[in-house]
Ligand binder design. Structure first.
Ligand SMILES: Cc1cc2nc3c(=O)[nH]c(=O)nc-3n(C[C@H](O)[C@H](O)[C@H](O)COP(=O)(O)OP(=O)(O)OC[C@H]3O[C@@H](n4cnc5c(N)ncnc54)[C@H](O)[C@@H]3O)c2cc1C
Length: 491
């Protein structure tokens, strides 16, 4: 019998788990080394006093990427993973008292916008159609393809073939394009917000990213029946069923190499032989912590990081019918907020507040009549110690914002609180300075400067997860796993 090739995966985030499933389905012998005592990385949960909180991602798009993964190999478990399409994608609140509800149907959404802001419904529908056309014509080339192939196919194209891509006006920022299309500042703010889906600023990111709106509005926003952590549980179980071996509380501290190949991975003084090594660690942390003087690509030497977050998890004594699953209380100075995060590296005094309440859809996530609030503001990625003063101030600002916008004081109803800061995110997941999505997309070149999935230095070293190509967020991490699989098949 042919000897199975050994594949070591560093990190059991969603990118590492998905890559483990793919490699095991291809009959590799797979070992995952994870520093924590659990799988999931940034996708994690807190359980306390009858409440359950998803602590990281809350928005779930493109669920077919999860079911396709679960259907790999002989034991297909995709149909056992249950999720629902949300009837309302989001609810937006502004300081002037305007509330905009976003029903899943684009026509109903467009009508609601026209009613609340005067922006013609037709403008919204045209915008979403353009976002859809752009996504469908570019996703296979830009998302589900290796960076090397993207660059070489762009080089091979005739100028005429590149014209449709240039129609997108990539040199324009998201905000500039949205400002040209819409009259209502409130509508511009809704569509500018999609830059935060990969931790970027709408005032810097290319208008190419406007296609993100397609995912939520045309494809839909979904939610797993048992919460976001059930995505990890399903993929982890799938990996186990394919024979993947997990070693928890094993922190990788070094690699050994010979003749341009990684030969061993060292974790807590134990050595693991490897034919292939795939890192799901934040790529910036990987280069700095792997115990070797690896050649750092430019994007790692001078990383331009995505935003981080400050999150309060509040067990709430009662329920709040005016809120939905996803709620945004917009800053009245959006440009100031992004300047503060990306230029001044400070929390902003009038932050946009995101309140996510999974118990609105997963009843068991809070005791009857109560709610689990995940209250998040954008924060700069930082390793500054002593953030406690800023945390206390931010809590006050958030409460003032809720009082001003929603017209009630949440404080008396907070039963308990847990907090996540850029520092705790870094400690818990190894994410450099707590950045949620690796590098940001605050330049037209960002997509091309992301770290590639295959090492240029070592023939058997690969990278998966949200800090490398094609980017952060669960769908892109799942895409990175598929790209790594393809790259390995081509060896
Ligand atoms: C607060 C927050 C909100 C978010 N919101 C959304 C959202 O709504 N929707 C969405 O799609 N995405 C969202 N994201 C982003 C999404 O969570 C990430 O893109 C994705 O989970 C990253 O997965 P990953 O595989 O890259 O690795 P990670 O989840 O970062 O996992 C990396 C793993 O590597 C392990 N590790 C690190 N160093 C070592 C070492 N030396 N040895 C062994 N193991 C190591 C870590 O412990 C960790 O388990 C959010 C993230 C956060 C934090």
């Amino acid at each position: 019998m042919m000897k199975q090739k050994k594949c070591i995966i560093i990190g059991a985030g969603i990118g590492g788990l998905a890559t483990a499933v793919r490699m095991a389905a291809r009959n590799y012998s797979v070992i995952v080394l994870e520093k924590n005592n659990r799988p999931g990385g940034k996708i994690h949960q807190i359980q306390r006093d009858g409440f359950r909180f998803d602590t990281g991602p809350s928005l779930f798009t493109l669920p077919n990427l999860v079911t396709e993964l679960l259907d790999l190999g002989s034991d297909s478990s995709g149909s056992k993973f249950r999720f629902k399409k949300l009837k309302n994608v989001c609810r937006y609140f502004y300081d002037d008292g305007t509330t905009i509800n976003v029903p899943e149907n684009p026509t109903d959404f467009a009508k609601e916008i026209e009613k609340k802001t005067g922006e013609p419904a037709e403008n919204i529908l045209n915008y979403l159609k353009t976002a859809s056309d752009r996504y469908l014509s570019s996703a296979d080339l830009f998302i589900f393809n290796s960076l090397k192939n993207i660059i070489s196919s762009a080089r091979k194209k005739q100028p005429g073939e590149l014209m449709p891509l240039l129609k997108v006006k990539p040199l324009r920022t998201m905000h500039n394009e949205n400002q040209r299309i819409f009259r209502s500042p409130q509508v511009i703010q809704i569509f500018d917000r999609y830059a935060t889906y990969n931790g970027s600023s709408p005032y810097k990111a290319s208008s190419m990213l406007n296609m993100i709106a397609h995912l939520e509005h045309n494809e839909g926003a979904f939610f797993p029946e048992k919460g976001m952590y059930s995505i990890v549980e399903a993929v982890y179980q799938k990996a186990l069923s394919l024979g993947v071996e997990f070693k928890f509380e094993k922190k990788v501290t070094g690699l050994t190499s010979k003749d341009g190949r990684i030969t061993k991975v060292i974790a807590d003084e134990e050595e693991f032989n490897a034919d292939l090594v795939i890192s799901d660690m934040d790529v910036n942390t990987f280069y700095r912590d792997s115990g070797r003087r690896l050649k750092m690509p430019r994007s790692v030497r001078k990383p331009s990081l995505s935003s981080s977050a400050l999150i309060f998890y509040w067990g709430m004594r009662r329920s709040f019918p005016q809120l939905d699953v996803h709620n945004i209380l917009f800053s009245s100075d959006y440009a100031g907020e992004f300047r503060s995060i990306f230029k001044e590296h400070q929390l902003f005094d009038d932050p946009t507040v995101y309140i996510f309440i999974s118990s609105k859809i997963v009843e068991s996530d809070a005791p009857k009549g109560q709610e689990n609030w995940f209250v998040m503001i954008n924060a700069p990625s930082t390793d500054q110690a002593g953030m406690q003063d800023s945390v206390d101030k931010a809590r006050r600002k958030i409460i003032e914002k809720i009082q001003r916008t929603l017209k009630f004081d949440p404080q008396p109803d907070i039963l308990f609180e847990e907090v996540a800061t850029p520092q705790t995110i870094e400690t818990n997941t190894g994410s450099w300075k707590g950045a949620l999505y690796g590098n940001n997309s605050n330049s037209i070149w960002s997509a091309f400067l992301r770290h590639q999935n295959k090492s240029k230095e070592f023939g058997n070293l690969f990278f998966t997860g949200g800090s490398v190509h094609p980017g952060g967020g669960i769908p892109l991490c799942l895409a990175s796993a598929a790209i790594v699989e393809k790259e390995i098949e081509q060896l």
